[in-house]
Design a protein around this ligand. Structure first.
Ligand code: KG4
Ligand code: ZN
Length: 387
């Protein structure tokens, strides 16, 4: 429900909305201003991302305390910079949106508190955004991508296949039972002594290798469901690395290329099953307004790992084979950014949704809460289902 902000009624009626988006869930501090027209067209007026890579590199992974401190140091300057770069005044903003989870809680609290402060001082609605929904809707920043679509969400913390029927309307078709794809890239890269962040470093090294040089497993390949498992693949890559002993750069490149190909094959195999499920669900519910059985089938790939060229090529071939259209955000919107958070905020605002000031930051926040509770493939810890 929209609250009684002085701009709220105006915002709901406006032909376009200006929304500030704030992202602080992991190791990127980001802020962006977007304009969303009533017809769904979006203009990104500014998108600033401050990476913390250098601070975490010595540890080979994200250190939560370092991340939280860096977000606190950077957030004010970044927000001011985003508003300045958008060439707007503070008063022009119609709403402020911030990631409220899932993520590293210290960082999430920092961004959400900044958004709450702006909501009060500017008297504009606050929208608490699920970070995963930001990735899920990210292609809609730059292209026409109507609902429904099948989503392969591949980030550092999550690997899931979902049917996306609308804003806030997700059905999980599959999920990882152990590591996420990005996590597997990062851990394998670290094991091979590559620089942080591991995913892009491993892709660069793989460019010089032979993807067929080393035989690696494809976990769950051929199984009828759409779940993922990556831990066996990660262990097999580590064993191949150990077996080669004192290795030349070519040996490393061959392992990197073989590993990357195995991840791509697994993602494509699982996605092929989810495509069947997606089509069946569409046919089974022809009356629902967004479930038009005759609409073209679309696959969206989003999240940091969606930047990987081998994976994009594999999915492209799969889509050509299965009659789907592949939609992927431009590289700058694959990783964490503020524009995708502003977009979810703008889409929710257009639907008359906003949040109270006491909305809480959440370390865990599944997109499909019902499925996550029924079948917590990625664990159901003290803080609730993970995916
Ligand atoms: O979506 P994202 O920026 O942050 C999370 O929400 O987790 O995803 C980060 C993940 C990291 O694991 C990173 O190594 C991976 O995406 N990644 C890649 C590539 N670029 C980023 N993995 C493989 N190939 C890439 N080019
Ligand atoms: Zn992310």
């Amino acid at each position: 429900m929209l609250k009684s902000h002085k701009k709220t009624q105006k915002a709901a009626k406006l032909a376009s909305n200006l929304v500030l988006g704030i992202e602080t869930s992991c190791d990127e501090t980001a802020a962006s201003v977007i304009r969303r027209q009533e017809n769904g067209r979006v203009q990104v007026l500014s998108s600033l991302v401050a990476s913390q890579n250098e601070a975490h590199a010595p540890y080979g992974g994200v250190v939560p305390e370092i991340a939280a401190r860096a977000h606190m140091q950077k957030i004010d300057g970044l927000i001011k910079g985003a508003v300045r770069a958008a060439k707007i005044n503070w008063d022009d903003l119609d709403a402020v949106a911030a990631t409220a989870g899932p993520g590293l809680i210290g960082g999430v609290i920092t961004g959400l508190l900044a958004a709450k402060g702006l909501s009060v001082s500017l008297d504009i609605p606050l929208i608490a955004v699920n970070h995963l929904e930001g990735h899920a809707l990210s292609p809609r920043l730059t292209q026409n991508c109507p609902f429904p679509y099948l989503l392969l969400l591949v980030s550092g913390g999550h690997t899931q296949l979902l049917s996306v029927k609308g804003v806030g309307d997700f059905t999980r078709l599959g999920s990882t039972v152990d590591d996420a794809a990005g996590e597997t890239f990062d851990k394998t890269a670290k094991m091979m002594g590559l620089s942080f962040p591991g995913g892009p470093a491993l892709e660069r090294m793989a460019a010089f290798g032979n993807p067929n040089a080393i035989s690696l497993p494809r976990p769950f390949k051929g199984k009828p469901h759409a779940d993922f498992s990556f831990s066996g693949l990660k262990t097999a890559a580590a064993r191949a690395f150990d077996n080669l002993g004192n290795m030349c750069e070519q040996g490393k490149a061959d392992i990197a290329a073989s590993f990357q190909q195995a991840v791509s094959d697994v993602l494509c195999d699982r996605t092929a099953n989810a495509m069947e499920m997606f089509k069946q669900n569409k046919r089974a519910k022809p009356d629902a307004s967004t479930d038009n059985p005759d609409s073209p089938d679309r696959l969206v790939v989003a999240g940091g790992v969606a930047a990987n060229a081998t994976i994009r090529a594999g999915l492209n071939n799969l889509c050509a084979d299965k009659g789907f259209t592949l939609i992927a955000p431009p590289l700058k919107y694959c990783g964490d950014n503020g524009a995708m958070i502003a977009l979810v905020g703008a889409e929710k605002l257009a639907l008359g949704q906003s949040d109270r000031l006491d909305v809480k930051a959440r370390p865990r926040w599944p997109l499909d809460i019902k499925s996550a509770k029924q079948n917590p493939a990625s664990g159901f810890g003290k803080k609730g289902p993970k995916s």
